[in-house]
Design a protein around this ligand. Structure first.
Ligand code: G4P
Length: 536
């Protein structure tokens, strides 16, 4: 095949791909929406949350069973499936107790985010944190306001909340007709269709029926939603048309505006609207920055980066899998790749794609796809793979840990194993390790509380070490840098009791309080106190 043909088939593959993650605060409905998306994509036949009336039983789809001791959940993985003529890569963001640095890094590997907001609660803390990460790269965000079948806040109040807390303008695409028990559906402002939501019972199951009625002035609406409510709806829509900004695709792609949809995931209502928005407006796989140039997806040469490592993903396969986001070119089975950090070349024969618990060997993959590579600890987060070019992707950083503990051995003779185990876990991105300059303590920094439990369990299982945690007086940390070596030397001399190094020997300041950090950073204006650190 000639080069032009290869490139045009690559472009076709790029155009049909969408790579996104769902971000939300726990309980906003992420799992329910994921299930509905898989349902509409014919991946599963029944949604886990549809309850069989009378029996009280859940018809569960087994991939969703958040499993396994040690907090290693399959939901922290990637799923690839078709929706209409598109190929979707959906990356799950561990949300409950297994919230970790991984969750942040997953956001750096997608091109678009679907933000779920509980209509009764508005923007919650976890959503804010995750969206702030998405906004580092101006990632486009589609918003779904969920649980309209329950009492909800007023839509305008919800818009204000999003705009104030997330600094992004809301553009309504659908508009709700009441909420709670009076919820009647939504009006689609772009399509000019009223989608009526009706619940009824069929074969002992509660089913949601959706009736689409074109034209806001259609007399059928009086029958379906009531004369007074139609009147209010028409007034609302007129007001929105006059006052709200219109959807602009460029502004959406720049992350300046978010299209907003309303619905009830549990009832499968409104989910098709967001899927349609994702395929119509969501970006195809986009470019990524490296330390020396920008890499575009339609480049002939293959490149990709690692954003996640998972150990023992499946008890049947005791291995480590590195998750790679393909940035450019085409992967084919048997291709020769360069592992840029080590400089080594190798033949990649066994890359896999994921669908929840299952993995499938693939022969080809394209930009936007997430492929898994088996390894025994040679691959690390942030690593770049190319066909030979010496570049390193940037923007896959270490994020600031939020919780800190000192780890100690019950049996001090096993210090070597402890360090080996912790180093491996830090390479997986599960924890960060800090070694104070003035003592032999080992301090762990994590983002989610569960990680501490996971670490002690894995140390016990895999390294036969019993470790205990002790309180440590650290409120936050900052990576330290300065171009003037003399200033750094002076800083080290004066603040050694608050300084440590991370596993790559980078200097880090351990602040016992925010006040302390503010004073120190004001005292040393030449020093940069950074909240994240690039791997390269
Ligand atoms: P998460 O992954 O974001 O943590 O949320 P998840 O989907 O697990 O949903 C959290 C709870 O909210 C679940 O109830 C779920 O059924 C419910 N939920 C999700 N979407 C809707 C909706 O549109 N309307 C209503 N009324 N509820 C919704 P649960 O009681 O915790 O679990 P379950 O017993 O229903 O499974």
């Amino acid at each position: 095949m000639d080069k032009n043909k290869i490139n045009s088939s690559l472009i076709e593959e790029i155009k049909k791909r969408r790579t996104f993650a769902i971000v939300s605060h726990p309980d906003a409905g992420k799992s329910t929406i994921t299930e509905q998306i898989l349902l509409f994509s014919n991946i599963i036949r029944a949604a886990g949350t549809i309850k069989a009336r009378g029996s009280g039983k859940h018809i569960t789809s087994d991939w969703m069973q958040i499993e396994k001791k040690r907090g290693i959940s399959i939901t922290g993985s990637a799923m690839q499936f078709n929706y209409k003529c598109f190929l979707i890569n959906l990356l799950d963001t561990p949300g409950h107790e297994d919230f970790s640095e991984d969750t942040y890094r997953i956001i750096t590997a997608v091109d678009c985010c679907l933000m779920i907001i509980d209509a009764a609660k508005g923007v919650e803390e976890r959503t804010k944190k995750l969206i702030n990460i998405a906004r580092l790269r101006n990632t486009p965000i589609i918003t779904f306001i969920n649980k309209l079948d329950r009492d909800s806040k007023n839509p305008i109040e919800l818009f204000d909340d999003v705009e104030k807390k997330l600094k992004i303008s809301c553009i309504p695409i659908t508009w709700p007709i009441n909420c709670g028990r009076l919820f009647k559906g939504v009006y689609h402002l772009k399509d000019g269709i009223t989608c009526i939501y009706k619940k009824h019972i069929m074969y002992n199951l509660i089913k949601t029926q959706i009736v689409n009625i074109p034209n806001l002035y259609n007399s059928l609406l009086d029958k379906y939603i009531g004369i007074d409510e139609v009147k209010t709806l028409r007034e609302d829509i007129e007001l929105i048309n006059q006052c709200c900004l219109k959807f602009n695709h460029t502004n959406f792609l720049n992350g300046a505006i978010t299209p907003v949809f309303f619905g009830s995931a549990l009832n499968g209502f409104g989910v098709r609207h967001i899927l349609q928005a994702l395929i119509n407006w969501g970006p195809c796989p986009t470019y990524r920055k490296t330390n020396c140039r920008i890499v575009y997806p339609n480049e002939d040469n293959f490149s990709g980066f690692i954003f996640k490592i998972q150990a023992n993903m499946d008890s049947k396969h005791r291995d480590r899998i590195a998750f790679m986001r393909i940035v450019s070119g085409k992967y084919y089975q048997g291709m020769r790749l360069r592992h840029v950090r080590t400089g080594k070349y190798f033949i990649l024969n066994d890359a896999v794609v994921f669908l929840a618990r299952d993995r499938f060997l693939i022969s080809n993959a394209y930009p936007g796809d997430i492929i898994g590579i088996y390894n025994h600890g040679t691959i690390r987060i942030g690593d770049t793979f190319t066909e030979g070019e010496l570049i390193n992707f940037i923007g896959i950083p270490n994020f600031l840990p939020e919780l800190f503990r000192c780890i100690r051995l019950k049996n001090p003779l096993k210090q070597k194993q402890l360090l080996k185990g912790l180093t491996q876990l830090s390479e997986e991105g599960m924890i960060q390790i800090f070694r104070p300059l003035l003592n032999n303590n080992i301090i762990l920094g994590v983002i989610g509380e569960l990680q501490f439990e996971v670490v002690s369990d894995r140390l016990h299982q895999e390294y036969k070490i019993e470790a205990v945690y002790e309180y440590v007086n650290i409120f936050t940390v900052r990576w330290i840098s300065c171009i003037d070596i003399n200033i750094i030397s002076q800083f080290k001399l004066n603040n050694s009791s608050n300084l440590a190094v991370d596993c790559n020997n980078n200097l880090i300041y351990l602040a016992p309080s925010m006040v302390n950090l503010n004073i120190i950073s004001a005292r040393y204006p030449e020093i940069i106190f950074s909240k994240k650190r690039e791997y390269h």
